[in-house]
Design a protein around this ligand. Sequence first.
Ligand code: SAM
Length: 532
Amino acid sequence: MVTIPQAVLDKLKAAIAERFGIYIRPQDDAPFCKKIHSRVQELKLSTYESYCDLLTSASDLSQSEWRELIRQITISETYFMRDKGHIHLLQNSILPELIKAQQSTKTLRIWSAGCSTGGEAYSIAILLQELIPDIQNWRLRIIGSDLNPEVVQKARQAVYSEWSLRSLTSKQKSLYFTPQGSLWRLNESLCKMVTFYSNNLVDDDFSQNSSDFINFDLILCRNVFIYFEPQAIKKVLHRFHIALKTNCYLMTGHMELHGQKLDGFKVNVFPDAVVYQKSTTSHTSNNPDFRNYPSTTNSLISNSTYLINFPAVTPTHPSHPSTSPSLAEFTSSTWESYRHASHNLADSVNSGSSSHDITEIKTDWDRLAAAESAISRAAYRPALNYLDQIQEKRLHTIKIHQLSSIIYANLGELKFAYHHCQEVIKLEPNSPKTYYLMAHIADEMGKYDEVKQLLKKAIYLDLYFVAAYLALGDMYGRESDRDRALKMYRSTLDILKALPSSAIVEETDLTAAELILQVEERMRWIGVGFSL
Ligand SMILES: C[S@@+](CC[C@H](N)C(=O)[O-])C[C@H]1O[C@@H](n2cnc3c(N)ncnc32)[C@H](O)[C@@H]1O
């Protein structure tokens, strides 16, 4: 493992953050150090300090080294029609609205900021092609910009691998691309719709072509801020605000602006995305407008019918034992386990007292602890407020998503809850508990096939996940699939019998002994219900 003296590492990271806005997270230190090490070797420098000095000098070599570093530290993952939710919203709502509004002038200006190899900008070109019947009469200007000149060059070439086109329909592929060996070349007419620039969004001298970066109807800046430090996001947001026409839109990736001050933007929450609209007033908002969001009004806690409602077949049996965890139980125990997993943060800020008693909220740890405490008291909106106030979102991303999923699940805002679970999974793909929570949410949403898949994933990741076996057994039971239900219950019993009888089983709040009785009762009930 490469070790760079902490002071030099801090200096390098600070220089990168200042210059490009890019924040290297502590968990990314190891790969970052490796990259720096290879640059030091390549340049035949004797120390890391001299590399740092080279970067911060005003020489030509410094400029070319920065260019090399950009190549190394930026993440250029992109593809056509990325993020189905966003594309759906653009196709069905945002773009049709803009097209309608611009009918008289027939002009539209759209900016894909942080465009990488161009998939996003060209996807917009394709959507416009499909949405505007008299496109030849329109003056459309789509601009793509990126810090990394190498990806901009590729964007201009417009030749893509099959993989980059994976989200296009076969019709779109054959209509808009020409095969070129194993690759696909975008047709000339679409290429002509987009102009690419290489520039740095956080640079004060942003662009030599700055007159082209004004009067936008729509700015897309997705999966860029996720790598930025908060001050840089603030700066770029201000830039976008100036560049947008009033009432026009900014779209970022999910959660990328969560907790940012959004001066001058109105926040619209749609089921598939959050969209920021430049407002006429100097309206400030940190709080989303949920008007477009089809939330259920019932709290999951007060209205639970989850996996425990297994016996869809209840003709003769009076009442089925309901002991596998309801979401309410699940939520509180999950909250507990998250709490312990997260550096015992409540303890660190509040040793000895109940987390309810937090009086001084100064740090992000305090805010997290306060949010957790609020969740435990079912004070979900205040919990969200605490999460909103967290300054260093990037340091706490997983935790924020975990807590948000629990909060939204309990508020009945299932799509949001589900979305936050998905974000956790992106960052922690091997998290059985998150799949388990998703299964509960999917169940509440009526996505029963998905429930089974999610529970299976949870079991795959944790072969001793009793609550997941039990829930899956209940699912099969609901579907009158007696054999599979019994199989799951038997697996549950096998695991439970290997545990000390007084052990509390995760996600259930029951002891192994209590749960064994409950599972056995279920198995007997299956015998009655299915006329064994
Ligand atoms: C993950 S890609 C996102 C591409 C595309 N927006 C998408 O969502 O598919 C992030 C891009 O942001 C660019 N980027 C990072 N920092 C930047 C900066 N300061 N100015 C402009 N672009 C930047 C990177 O070079 C990279 O190509």
